[in-house]
Design a protein around this ligand. Structure first.
Ligand SMILES: Nc1ncnc2c1ncn2[C@@H]1O[C@H](COP(=O)(O)OP(=O)(O)O)[C@@H](O)[C@H]1O
Ligand SMILES: [Mg+2]
Length: 363
């Protein structure tokens, strides 16, 4: 009965005059907005609402979401929204703080379940002077589609990275197990070719072939190593990285200095795979593109952040090239996936790849 009564009053107050002293210009404006908007009175009851709010929440058939003119907004909010990451009580407090003029506004995110499933909302609370009185406006923007698309994009990016690793692992194994074996067979055939050769031209060709096969074998070993992702295999990130760097140095002949200043490696556990892949990709780039005489891999932990630097003394990355490759894009995606960032700086003295990753809270 009470619900029906409220609805009748709300309907009676709909245009041309929806009461509360709010001008019809303001009413037209908020009605044209896609967000659900309420204007609150001093006691934080709903003074005025727009069409979208009315369509969503002033429903007689649904007592949970029935909230119209004259109802206390906080009661409704506590009942309906699941605010994340804050609690509904904190929201009510925020609202009171903005209403008291102690804060210029507040932004929150919230979730609620409507008849067609879970909706995500971006909620803004802000004061607005209307007819010489300060009113509190609460705008609720339905961002469900954006949230879903972002989640979908994140899932796709993760799938893509996993597929990329699998492809590389496969290619690395093929290079190691097949191409490298064929090269061994070729060098055995060449070793079997013993002088006399009959002409100096053949003798030179055999010597050149031997040298070329040895160079190609070396390259194939390096690529199969770079393509095959290093395994964590329970040894911990510091040890896995150190082993990887040692293997890289042995195969490429490029000196790499490795420094690891991480006091609380347990806070890095969820970032371990990403760190390994970033180091692997960045060192692969140093080998392939930098023509460097020295490289560095540095890991450093501060209170709330972990920073990873891979530097080389090579020719320096061309900023336009940095936007073209898949490797750099996947390093960025790995950092972003963890809520971090990755930047690349090139100069005539070399290239710096810097990743900042958040740490898990200290136990
Ligand atoms: N350490 C580096 N020094 C110089 N150039 C680099 C370095 N790393 C990357 N680059 C340049 O950036 C480009 C893009 O790198 P990346 O995204 O890893 O793709 P890819 O290695 O497959 O070419 C490279 O082709 C290269 O020109
Ligand atoms: Mg690369």
């Amino acid at each position: 009965m009470e619900v029906a009564c409220k609805l009748t009053v709300a309907k009676a107050l709909r245009p041309p005059d929806r009461g509360g002293g709010i001008t019809s210009t303001i009413q037209c404006l908020i009605d044209a907005m896609p967000a659900a908007i309420v204007i609150l009175a001093d006691d934080l009851s709903i003074l005025q609402s727009n069409r979208r709010w009315h369509d969503l929440f002033e429903q007689e058939s649904d007592p949970i979401s029935d909230c119209g003119i004259g109802d206390p907004y906080c009661d409704f909010a506590l009942k309906l929204w699941e605010f994340s990451p804050v609690s509904p009580k904190q929201v009510a407090r925020e609202l009171k703080i903005v209403a008291a003029g102690e804060k210029g506004g507040a932004s929150l995110t919230a979730e609620t379940t409507l008849s067609d499933g879970v909706h995500h909302w971006a909620i803004s609370i802000f004061p607005l002077k209307i007819d010489n009185r300060v009113r509190i406006i609460v705008s609720h923007e339905d961002v469900t589609t954006t949230v879903r698309l972002t989640e979908e994009r994140r899932t796709r990016a993760t799938e893509l990275l996993t597929a990329q690793i699998e492809d590389r692992r496969h290619l690395g194994r093929e290079l190691h197990d097949s191409t490298a074996q064929h090269l061994v067979a070729m060098s055995l055939v060449l070793i079997g070719l013993q002088p006399p050769y009959g002409s100096s031209a053949i003798s030179e060709a055999v010597a050149e072939l031997k040298s070329l096969v040895s160079q190609v074998t070396q390259e194939v070993r390096i690529y199969s190593y770079l393509l095959h992702p290093p395994e964590l295999a329970g040894v911990g990130i510091a040890r896995a990285l150190e082993d990887y760097v040692k293997g890289f140095v042995r195969r490429t002949g490029l000196p790499v200095s490795f420094e690891w200043n991480v006091a609380q490696s347990h806070r890095l556990v969820s970032a371990e795979v990403a760190i390994l892949r970033i180091v692997q990709e960045a060192l692969g780039n140093v080998h392939r593109h930098a023509d460097a005489a020295q490289a560095w891999v540095l890991g450093n932990q501060t209170d709330n952040e972990f920073s990873l630097v891979i530097a080389d003394s090579g020719r320096g990355i061309d900023p336009t090239a940095a936007e073209t490759g898949v490797g750099i894009a996947s390093m960025r995606a790995r950092a972003a996936e963890l809520g971090g960032t990755l930047s690349i700086h090139g100069s005539t003295t070399g290239t710096l790849v810097i990743a900042h990753l958040p740490l898990a809270p200290a136990a």
